[in-house]
Design a protein around this ligand. Sequence first.
Ligand code: NAD
Ligand code: MG
Length: 402
Amino acid sequence: MTVIQQITVLGSTGSIGVSTLDVIARHPDRYRVYALTANTRVDLILPQIQSCRPRFVVMRDESAAQQLADQLKVLGDSETQVLAGAAGLLQVSAAGAVDTVMAAIVGAAGLEPTMAAVDAGKKVLLANKESLVMAGHLFMQAVARSGATLLPIDSEHNAIFQCMPARHQQGERHSLEADGVRRILLTGSGGPFRQTPLALLADMTPDQACAHPNWDMGRKISVDSATMMNKGLEFIEACWLFNTTPDKIDIVVHPQSVIHSMVEYNDGSVLAQLGNPDMRTPIAHALAFPERIDSGVAALDIIATARLDFEAPDYQRFPCLRLATEAVSAGGTAMTVLNAANEIAVDAFLEQRVRFTDIPVIIEHVLTGIPAIEPESLALVKEQDALARAMAQQFIRSSLSR
Ligand code: NAD
Ligand code: MG
């Protein structure tokens, strides 16, 4: 008999959150939603509450929490308790009744709730790559200390995980060399601007940047895919998740997004994970691991797929890739700074305060301006994050605002 798993979905109104609830709803015999969380969108979370009947719902925004509580009262729903703010997020991440936490808040806002789930030793399904980029060292230390189970949701990292040797999948952190792994091939589609003439990039709009050829995602990660900073963040994420060094990871552009990444062994074998580009596959994989469950994703039609192309990444077109590798080489809080400056630059681009091509300029300015130090504590990481955000905002105001 399967014991029903209680799940907290952090960021339930987002793209990953919605896909997670879709998979959960297919398996009422296995999963129950313990808590849902969102930032401000009462209209999006209300129908989720009505279909999942969670014990708790958290709105990060206090006035949204009040609004939601009022609406639930009118509807006569007294099953779900509404919590507010950062404390509410920590509570539903660490609660004793919770088995699994889906960490799908976007950006640095996901760090503390995700860490709370890690510290409480939960099974953590990690979509929020920014928390590993910001504080990878402290994050992985906390996983080791608490015995939390960490499973990657990012499609590439989930693919790599699936191609890894069995003992790595079981959570033993051997060096990859000892297990015969020669290198990781991290694939990326190249995004919507892979072939756009370079001279036109400066005029690309937020809607053009968010029109990803293969994936339907939130706006921040969509812009990251257009600059390929997403691949840069994933490069850093892979170093932490798989206990390896940057020289063992190669980025490969694969426009069809059918292969989600590969692992090469020292006998010459290259293992790949393939599938339709639909996040419900990695979500279902991680939810049920080590078992397999239906995800609702259509079977891959390999004949219709017909061809798989591969190219080397273009560092001139995608300066964010270079910046991410420079931050890895600088080490320490350089990755915190990279992530923070990127979040501010992407926000400013989405609000049409800066051009698409300003994004790497902003990040480079901040990365050069703040020396990397050892990330000794979360407090220090947060301090460097705030410093980088302030410097990015200041640079945008003084040098770039349109
Ligand atoms: P999204 O923008 O669609 O959703 C973000 C969610 O986070 C929403 O529920 C929102 O309410 C919540 N949120 C936003 N700001 C918040 C704050 N300050 N405090 C608390 N909650 C807040 O994003 P998404 O595309 O679902 O991405 C979520 C995470 O998953 C990101 O870290 C992204 O990099 C990662 N990821 C997404 C995909 C994808 O296909 N969408 C793939 C791989 C990884
Ligand atoms: Mg990815």
